[in-house]
Design a protein around this ligand. Structure first.
Ligand code: HEM
Ligand SMILES: CC(C)=CCC/C(C)=C/CC/C(C)=C/COP(=O)(O)OP(=O)(O)O
Length: 331
């Protein structure tokens, strides 16, 4: 395809604010926020609730720059199909507001700053993990799988699961089992998250020949897969409680409630796989799910939560021993 078919003519005469806005949009900022929340979740558990604020700031900044770089390269690579799809045709590259060469320089600069920041102020492992996130997203997902396999987002989803590893590595300098469970949580969450959205925009993907699951196998098969991954996600989230013992009762309750609602929504979708409202509701909930699950991790790992729980346990114990009928019970 010729370049002129991929983009509108370069847009000249943009003022500085418009230029900044265009580069900002190139980075898909709204997605980055949730990626950062998962990074922070990893840091909180790794630091057992007591994260060094400076390390938090540096790691989140490095993570932001790496994800921004990855998203910019994805926009650059996909500018041909983005030009055709209604949802994406107003992005900075297809609309001619940013030139491909400038986007590439921008992405490389972001990746270099991210790597330097993480190496100097966190550690080498976290910097290498952030760079591997860019590589997996660009090479494995965007280049290799997105246009060739219905399992594109399952395997490519590994890229989106790397941010909690970056957070964990920044705190401890290595990766424990718990870090890999965090990776698995985002990995198994990605299919319900993305396929719900893909059900809503399947015509767009079909128009450019991207073989997303709903396009190739239809709505019912996609809804079934969403339900399986949602069911699998519940035991995976609970691995942090047992056998790893890095999370306690507060997180366990949050994970069970959130997982229960996810499964319920997936079940409702399976009853009416063509209902776009059900798919939209599941997609929106998937984002809330991940935010609240990470909030649950943070709250559970705070020292004040532990103090509060042992205070309640002690008083419950005292109350039980004061009631003759209940003597013999222990909490
Ligand atoms: C391969 C894995 C993934 C794919 C293919 C995917 C795909 C998408 C797509 C196509 C959108 C709509 C974006 C738009 O219209 O501009 C979206 C939205 C979103 N994604 Fe994902 N996603 C993936 C993984 C993730 C991960 C790991 C996170 C964060 C943990 C995430 C967070 C979000 C958020 C927060 C939105 C909503 C953005 C908004 O408010 O518009 N995604 N995702
Ligand atoms: C550590 C690190 C830097 C990790 C990178 C993680 C990362 C940037 C994940 C993004 C996942 C995502 C939004 C995919 C959508 O791409 P798409 O091409 O399917 O979306 P589109 O159709 O909207 O362009």
């Amino acid at each position: 395809m010729q370049e002129t078919l991929w983009t509108q003519a370069p847009r000249r005469n943009q003022n500085l604010v418009q230029v900044i806005q265009s580069y900002y949009q190139l980075t898909k900022p709204r997605i980055i926020l949730l990626l950062l929340i998962t990074t922070a979740g990893g840091m909180w558990i790794a630091a057992e609730g007591q994260v060094n604020p400076l390390l938090l700031l540096v790691t989140l900044t490095g993570g932001t720059l790496a994800a921004a770089s990855a998203n910019t390269i994805n926009c650059l690579y996909d500018r041909d199909i983005d030009y055709v799809m209604e949802r994406t045709r107003h992005r900075p590259l297809p609309s001619g507001r940013v030139q491909p060469r400038d986007a590439l320089i921008f992405a490389l600069a972001l990746a270099s700053i991210s790597f330097s920041l993480l190496v100097v102020f966190a550690n080498l492992l976290s910097a290498l993990l952030a760079m591997s996130g860019i590589l997996v997203y660009v090479l494995v997902y965007t280049h290799w799988l997105k246009r060739h396999s219905t399992q594109n987002i399952v395997i490519g989803g590994a890229a989106g699961a790397i941010p909690p590893l970056v957070g964990w590595a920044a705190v401890t300098g290595d990766l424990s089992w718990a870090a890999w469970v965090l990776f698995a949580i985002v990995f198994f969450w990605t299919p319900p998250h993305f396929w719900a959205l893909a059900l809503m925009i399947r015509k767009d993907y079909a128009s450019v020949g991207v073989p997303m699951l709903p396009v190739v196998e239809g709505e019912a098969a996609t809804a079934r897969q969403i339900l399986w991954y949602s069911l699998l996600l519940i035991p995976v989230t609970l691995l942090l409680v047992y056998p790893l013992h890095v999370m306690g009762a507060v997180y366990a309750v949050v994970a069970l409630l959130l997982g229960g609602v996810l499964v319920q929504k997936a079940w409702q979708l399976m009853q009416a796989p063509e209902d776009l409202d059900q798919a939209r509701s599941l997609f929106k909930y998937s984002i809330l799910y991940m935010m609240l699950l990470c909030a649950g991790m943070v709250v559970d790992s705070l020292p004040v939560t532990h103090q509060l729980l042992s205070f309640c346990t002690e008083h419950l114990q005292a109350l039980i021993s004061a009631i003759p009928m209940l003597q013999g019970l222990t909490v």
